[in-house]
Design a protein around this ligand. Structure first.
Ligand code: COA
Ligand code: ZN
Length: 315
């Protein structure tokens, strides 16, 4: 079978100010969040999960969601999206004039219970209710299925289950659906089987892939997604991230590392790597520790060093 050619363009959805910091214990001041989002827009990022409208008791770091959205400079072509799990979240998001609402649940019962305090069936009712609130408002509707490639409590999730849940999003008129690899359990064969199943059965759903680099294969999974024709990926500035309600969760695939790889493949992202790397280093300063991103430290592949400054191995 012929593999489809790699696409000429890849869409990045930056989730650093949502997934990225939701697990950070120290509160990042609202004005700092706004400054980082503005800087990311200046670097050419056009799609965001900028924050979450969830319970502030569950995720205190994102309790300032409305203020963040008020503060960010709105620009044409920039899609400021947010995560919202239920009616209250969607109402708060619409009041904050977001461009996109991402309604989410987990594929596994155990993780959904930990993350959203309800069964998957109950969450699917919330998904339908949320969709009915958003539909017709002009705001984009994105669905998201967490633990889509495996659950840290239950292991593999059956393809039938993913298809059934994805089918509910499709019936409710969602514009796109994110498959989330919450604790980095995806591998290329799992990605292939899942994506091929949904492409075959629910071709109307545009897919976004959301990988975590927990086991060092995040970008390998992205390459597998690209070879399957998926062109939209969620990634996080400096490679931070992780769900507070999933054991072993670590950072998302790193946005700068992804942009650098795409440059090497001749795939356009619209993002300026130097500017983006500067924002990633700023995020390191804000969080006060070394973060997982690699290209912000190493520089692009052809970064060259002065020869005379390198010590020689004189035997
Ligand atoms: N935004 C703000 N507050 C919310 C809310 C929302 N979207 N949804 C519920 N609440 C408030 C309710 O108003 C209520 O407040 P009160 O006690 O002051 O009246 C309280 O939270 C409890 O509401 P309830 O519907 O019973 O929620 P719950 O306790 O069963 O928790 C969720 C359910 C979904 C709100 C909570 O589990 C949650 O926010 N999870 C998000 C987890 C997350 O973001 N994980 C990371 C992303 S993968
Ligand atoms: Zn995630």
């Amino acid at each position: 079978m012929n593999k489809p050619a790699l696409p000429s363009r890849l869409d990045i959805i930056e989730v650093g100010l949502r997934d990225g910091i939701q697990n950070e214990a120290a509160f990042v001041p609202t004005e700092t969040k706004i400054r980082l989002l503005d800087a990311l827009i200046d670097a050419g990022v056009r799609r965001f999960e900028a924050t979450s409208f969830v319970s502030p008791r569950a995720v205190p770091q994102l309790k300032d969601a409305a203020e963040v959205l008020t503060g960010v400079k709105r620009r044409p072509g920039v899609i400021l999206g947010v995560l919202a799990p239920n009616r209250k979240g969607v109402e708060r998001a619409l009041a904050a004039e977001v461009d996109e609402v991402a309604v989410f649940l987990s594929a596994s019962e155990s993780h959904n219970l930990k993350n959203l305090n309800r069964s998957v069936a109950r969450s699917l009712e919330d998904v339908r209710e949320a969709a009915s609130l958003v539909r017709g408002s002009g705001v984009l509707l994105k669905g998201a299925i967490a633990t889509a490639f495996g659950c840290p409590f239950e292991g593999d999730i059956s393809l039938d289950r993913i298809e059934q849940i994805a089918g509910c999003f499709a019936e409710s008129g969602f514009d796109s659906l994110t498959l989330g690899d919450t604790t980095g359990m995806a591998t290329p064969p799992v990605v292939r089987a899942t994506v091929e199943r949904l492409q075959a059965r629910l071709p109307q759903l545009k897919l976004n892939l959301h990988f975590h680099n927990t086991r060092g294969i995040g970008l390998v999974n992205l390459m597998e997604g690209l070879s399957l024709g998926v062109t939209s990926y969620e990634s996080s500035l400096a490679g931070i991230g992780g769900c507070p309600f999933a054991p072993g969760a670590t950072g998302n695939i790193c946005t700068e590392d992804t942009v650098h790889l795409m440059q090497q493949l001749g795939i356009e992202t619209g993002i300026d790597l130097d500017k983006l790397s500067a924002v990633a280093r700023e995020m390191e300063r804000v969080l006060g520790r070394q973060l997982p991103g690699q290209v912000m430290r190493a520089g692009p592949r052809l970064r060259l060093y002065p020869l005379e400054e390198q010590a020689a191995a004189v035997g």
